[in-house]
Design a binder for this molecule. Structure first.
Ligand SMILES: NC(=O)C1=CN([C@@H]2O[C@H](COP(=O)(O)OP(=O)(O)OC[C@H]3O[C@@H](n4cnc5c(N)ncnc54)[C@H](OP(=O)(O)O)[C@@H]3O)[C@@H](O)[C@H]2O)C=CC1
Ligand SMILES: CC(=O)N[C@@H](CCC(=O)OP(=O)(O)O)C(=O)O
Length: 336
């Protein structure tokens, strides 16, 4: 491992470039590297001989000049910042070559950005591969869109439907401030379980609605629990309110939509019928998402449930998957 300035006099900015000794090919800058999502991305990229990293430490982390220089020196940047800082970072890029993956909510329904959910459509992976601006999906939307988009596309759920989604997340979903609330000195004051988003204006509603093709805003009811990581995203469906359908038809549509995908799987109906509960932490540490269709095969109701790690397929894992795709690599490099 050697350490050098990003280029020429850039070393005056104490901009440090860490790289492996051999065949360095792609230079990566993670803006917000010290945050919850940034740290997880860095861990997943650790030890990759094909990548070199620009890293800003100390006061330089938030220094506009140092960030501008890093953003323009990198081949690819991953923004792990609050929305406003992400917008600021994108505006600082004044070249046409730096490729951007934004983990925030800022650009998920924005013109000119590609939604970074590779499995959501046959052409999405190819679109990500050639895009210079990729917005990483939100954690809850990954579960919701994963379940709902194939059903709207197949006409099983009409686009005009009024859909509700319930969810529970570990507290790492709220970033450093929520982690401090649940792990800091006042942790005893944190509720074991709390419903939130009670004003019904959660920031994920636009992307959940737009990327499923639904015409009406989704009614989103999230909650957070006293555990760090992992989530369940659930869509309750009254099948009698839909055009003739069944648990088997819904399950079949999901199986067909995700056939051959490495990171999105559909639990078989025998498995879901035997389940008496579902653990939100069940896929922690992975980039996988598992979709379940619960319900009586001859019944009139179903509960569709996505299980994922909010920091895995819901954030950092997906960001690494998108980076791999954009760099023309096997999308699973460094992921499990
Ligand atoms: N946590 C999750 O499960 C998910 C998060 N996301 C999104 O990823 C983004 C990051 O979230 P998360 O990692 O949870 O948040 P954190 O609060 O844990 O981390 C954000 C980081 O950004 C840094 N930062 C803030 N403003 C600036 C700035 N102007 N310049 C440089 N650095 C700055 C913070 O610095 P400091 O350390 O000083 O506070 C912090 O290190 C958000 O947009 C979030 O919505 C997406 C999917 C899931
Ligand atoms: C528990 C919790 O607070 N979760 C966050 C969402 C975390 C997340 O993934 O938001 P983005 O994907 O949009 O960054 C929230 O509801 O705002």
């Amino acid at each position: 491992m050697t350490k050098r300035g990003a280029s020429g006099n850039r070393s005056a900015l104490f901009l440090c470039l860490f790289h492996q000794e051999h065949q360095m090919t792609h230079t990566i800058f993670i803006d917000g590297e010290a945050g919850t999502t940034g740290l997880e991305i860095r861990q997943r990229l650790e030890g990759r001989a094909d990548l070199e990293f620009i890293s800003l430490t100390g006061d330089l982390r938030k220094d506009p000049a140092a960030r501008r220089e890093a953003l323009n020196a990198a081949d690819a940047v991953i923004l792990c910042l609050p929305d406003e800082a992400a917008k600021e970072a994108v505006a600082m890029i004044d070249n046409t070559t730096t490729r951007v993956i934004d983990a925030s909510t800022a650009f998920r329904v924005a013109e000119g950005w590609t939604y970074g959910f590779a499995e959501m459509d046959a052409g999405q992976r190819a679109a990500i591969a050639v895009s210079t601006r990729v917005s990483n999906p939100g954690c809850y939307p990954t579960g919701f869109i994963g379940l709902m988009r194939p059903l709207v596309k197949a006409g099983i759920v009409p686009a005009s439907s009024f859909v509700t989604v319930n969810a529970v997340s570990g507290y790492s979903g709220g970033g450093k401030s929520m982690i401090a609330e649940f792990e800091g000195p006042d942790k005893d004051k944190a509720l074991a379980f709390r419903a939130y988003g009670l004003n019904l204006h959660h920031k994920h509603v636009p992307e959940m609605t737009q990327h499923t093709g639904l015409a009406n805003d989704v009614l989103f009811a999230p909650a957070v629990g006293t555990y760090r990581q992992g989530m369940l995203v659930e869509i309750p469906l009254q099948l009698s309110a839909l055009p003739a359908t069944s648990v088997e038809v819904i399950h079949g549509a999901l199986v067909e939509a995700y056939a051959g995908q490495r990171f999105v799987e559909v639990a078989d109906l025998e498995t879901t019928e035997a389940m008496t509960g579902i653990d939100p932490e069940g896929l922690n540490g992975t980039n996988r998402m598992r979709l379940h269709v619960f319900g009586d095969r001859h019944g009139h109701q179903a509960r569709l449930v996505a299980l994922l790690d909010n920091l895995g397929k819901g954030a950092s894992g997906a960001a690494v998957q998108n980076l791999n795709i954009m760099l023309g690599l096997d999308e699973a490099t460094g992921l499990s």
